[in-house]
Design a protein around this ligand. Sequence first.
Ligand code: FAD
Length: 460
Amino acid sequence: MIHKDVSIIGAGLVGSLLSIYLARRGYAVSVFERRPDMRKEKIAAGRSINLALSDRGWRGLDNVGLKDEVTKIAIPMYGRMVHGTDGKQNLQPYGKTDQAIYSVSRSALNKLLLNVAEQQPNIRINFNNRADRIDLDRREIIFNVQTFFIENNTNFSASTSSQKVQSFDLLFGADGAYSALRHSMQFTDRFNYSQSYIEHGYKELTIPAGINEHHLLYKNALHIWPRKNFMLIALPNLDGSFTCTLFFQFDGSLSFSTLKTEADIQHFFEEYFPDCIPLMPAYKEDFLNNPVASLVTVKCFPWTSEDKASLIGDAAHAMVPFFGQGMNCGFEDCTVLDDLISRHGENWQLILSEFESLRKPNADAIAELALNNFIEMRDLVADPHFLKKKKIEKLLTEKYPQEFISPYSMVSFSHIPYAEALRKGKAIKELLEKLANEEHIETAIERPEISEWMKSFANS
Ligand code: FAD
């Protein structure tokens, strides 16, 4: 047993998985989570209800023996099912026949990770512990403890707050996009930080299950209703329902701000999502009652402080969800950190500095890819020129299986660093544009210059 203690702020997806990795290395791990235990209290898991898990996330889970358990709660989605305004559906495979991304419930996955973490004798999870700030010089986490008094008779409630101080040896901030550790690091010299919101927010809606938990849409696809500047998506759940997310502008002539009454919402659905109306009996109530949440990209650097602290997951790199990679990237952070522990033992100064220099360019790249993918999802998937390029991509994958890999597959079905996927994706984009102008594509891809291109692409 190593006698160094590790503290983690946040028992979300990344914090819980990280605790399991570190416990397996022999560390005594204390996790501090601001919310109550989600396994005991009926609380929303926060953020989206379900998530797409792909190869990077699977590797993060597999390394600690959790692949089989998670497989039981995951639904494969082999492609995107694109819904036109005319009600027609068109399945676009994500990759090869057996390649899929997987829909998992955020709360089921988080609960599974908490259960596994709690079974480890060297992990202690402390719920209802909200870190207020971190004193890096003194290696202390300062918690604000609130005590509530409720007098039923008079309906009077009051609270007092006091401070609790916890010292740490080594600290990870896995506390999400609004991280307390990152906030404290912002007061240190030469700390760079930016956050930017997009003009779109999101609202969750539901397609309930049919009879006997039957899925009312094709179960093994991620459904998209692309409508140029906005879109609706739906991911399947195990109980036969689909969780739908409407990504839509906050403001403007057609936006969340202009859909105020049931009649407004009905007109909007009749015009843009008529095929959803029979599937969503409660769409008007859900629309009026469910909140609109915003979408932020957070970038910062450095992520670490000497040998004592590091940001990880969304705390280091929150991104918009359009590539379905935020959690996957956070799980990959855990894999990379674990590899560095294998290499450098307990030299945490070296582990943390290599961790941030390896991960930062990749986190920036996937943040960029995620923003770009919004345009692809909401608009291009219904565009004939885009579909032609997708067809060429498929032909190239079949003709050059050793050399060629599509940009989507690089991100979702490989472990190629995101920065490399971004760079190679730009080169592929240029090639596809050129080939899309050819009259006979099948002949064009046979040309020697294309096979030369493939060779240099594979070695680049
Ligand atoms: P979080 O999930 O934010 O967890 C942080 C934890 O820290 C929480 O439990 C929180 O309560 C706790 N905490 C926060 N502050 C404090 C504090 N001061 N003290 C103590 N505890 C604290 N990713 C994918 O890979 N695939 C997808 O399909 C996907 N879809 C998404 C859809 C939407 C609409 C959104 C918004 C995101 C999506 N993501 C997806 C991204 C994914 O949700 C995040 O990347 C992932 O949740 C990050 O995990 P995390 O543990 O780093 O942070």
